[in-house]
Write a new protein. Structure first.
Length: 162
């Protein structure tokens, strides 16, 4: 059963990295992989899409290291990053670090191009926590996606060298 689940996950990841998805497709994929489409999933999708645009990787060409904040309930954001980048634990290209993000951060995600070594460090300030809770409690999945995709200053992104 686990092997079949891994094959399905690989197919889904391959499908998302093959081309742009619609909002409805992202919501369906996020809910299928994660079990629900809370606000943290589109945050990860947005970060992953930004990394793909900046780093211009070959297929399966990114690595991801996720650092969860001390107060974050779980590393749910990384499921969205996985969908958008095609990185996965099964390929050894996605890791949830045992270390936590620096104090004051909801999460930190470091995404690197495997070929060039170039990367981007994304940080989501802990101050976004109340807004994320509000969005999760008051918005449906479509509105959650829109809120995240339109939120200014949701994360910082800084280049990191090889």
């Amino acid at each position: 059963m686990v092997r079949i689940g891994c094959v399905v996950l690989a197919l889904l990841i391959g499908a998302t990295s093959a081309g742009a998805e619609t909002k409805e497709q992202w919501i369906e994929l996020g809910a299928r992989i994660h079990g629900a489409f809370g606000v943290l999933i589109p945050i990860g999708i947005r970060i992953g899409l930004d990394a793909v645009a900046r780093l211009k990787p070959e297929p399966r060409g990114l690595t991801v290291t996720f650092y969860s904040g001390e107060r974050a309930p779980c590393p749910c954001i990384v499921d969205g990053v996985m969908l958008a980048t095609g990185a996965s634990p099964g390929q050894g290209t996605l890791q949830v670090a045992p270390e936590t993000a620096p104090a004051g951060q909801l999460a930190v995600v470091v995404i690197r191009n495997r070929k060039t070594g170039e990367g981007v460090r994304y940080a989501i300030a802990g101050s976004w926590g109340p807004k994320i809770i509000e969005w999760n409690g008051s918005l449906d999945p479509s509105a959650r996606y829109d809120a995240v995709m339109n939120a200014e200053g949701l994360f910082t992104a800084e280049a990191v060298g090889p």
